[in-house]
Design a protein around this ligand. Sequence first.
Ligand code: NAD
Length: 463
Amino acid sequence: MAVSESMIQDVVKEVLAKMQIQEPAAGMHGVFPTMEEAIAAAKESQKIVRNLTLDQREQIISKIRQRTHENAELIARMGVDETGMGNVGDKILKHHLVADKVPGTEDITTEAVSGDRGLTLVEMGPFGVIGAITPTTNPSETVLCNTMGMLAGGNTVVFNPHPAAIKTSIFAIDMVNRCSIEAGGPDNIACTVENPTLESSNIMMKSPDIQLLVATGGPGVVTAVLSSGKRAIGAGAGNPPALVDETANVRKAAQDIVNGCTFDNNLPCIAEKEIVCVDSVCDELMDDMINEQNCYLASKEVQDRLIRTVMDEKGRLNRKCVGRSAKVLLSMVGVEVPDSIRCIVFEGPKEHPLIATELMMPILGVVRVKDFDEAVETAVWLEHGNRHSAHIHSLNVEHITRYARAMDTAILVKNGPSYAALGFGGESICTFTIASRTGEGLTSAKTFTKKRRCVMQDYLCIR
Ligand code: NAD
């Protein structure tokens, strides 16, 4: 029987309706009334996981890959329905990407040193139970990629998801536990609390049973985990500039930048948030974005209305605007455009609030600069020292090298859309936890392991 769009929507409605009943966790695997219970369950489960063979862990991960493919549309719709952010088509792609490209146990390798005095192995072991905090912007994607990597490393995980994305996060947590059981593993490889709060997060951060914290979100949460006194991985905010110099293939740059910026309505932290363009090609770039890439050129008046709508007077974002399409954002300021409009563009100084702020909306301010030197200086300023992501369109390798050194970011995409860094049209693994602030970069199974040295004196060197 062919599955129609309306049938899928009915299933989503049914799942959401079930999850809105008095007891949201009823029947959901891994979901507990209190954080203490969630941690206790993950601790018990980790005792089993640490004794699973690599092959058994891999079987669970394979099942998660399969189920993520099968449920990609369902979870994508659920995420958009619950958070109001992003778009279903791109969220489906993100889930397929997670299923295909998040590494499993193959990511964990052993180092060996042998010589006259024997053999030393450095093996990667689990931390134990990991406490993970996840964002609204990629809720299920982050739960899935974190669980796969953490399990591959022999850990279990307790999540404190963003309350505004709790249903979607719970759905993903329930799903990975069901996959584990089906593949012969334990329940509760991933756990959470029914109603995550700052208090439940604090309990998690202080618990002696949590050995490692992983925070994916804005600056507040990263600072919180880094102040916890525990080992912590901080995947924080970005404001990635896309630099276009005079040697760039401008037509392709316009296409790549708009494609990257509009992916999931600009929610990914790596997505192009503003452009810095040298004067000699800036008119051509604007023209290509407006006429070839269906961007809307915002007048000064529309920019001012957007500023008043998307943020308050203190520069705090209006959550109702984050991850909305260009058409929706424009309609909020009284401008009606056809569905084909993908992005809002305008020229402005680097200090312009819509340029300097990490908006997570398909709004691309363009800063025109006289030459490459000024472009680099401007891009460094706009990235605000996050050292997260930066992108460049240039055919001059000296320029690319200079930019890469100056930006010093975890991710730098050259001559492509930003999402190439997530393995989407690029050679790379996928993750939705990019540890910019603490330096691990794109996290994967090996990030969630600790080094253990195993020494055999005088024997087993057969050279
Ligand atoms: P957010 O910072 O509002 O929330 C992220 C998570 O942290 C949520 O679970 C929230 O409840 C929790 N949180 C926030 N402040 C906290 C505190 N003081 N103590 C404990 N928990 C706290 O972010 P968001 O709006 O959900 O996501 C968007 C932000 O996250 C953007 O800045 C984006 O760049 C960033 N992000 C980064 C990555 C990355 O991999 N580096 C990935 C996704 C999102």
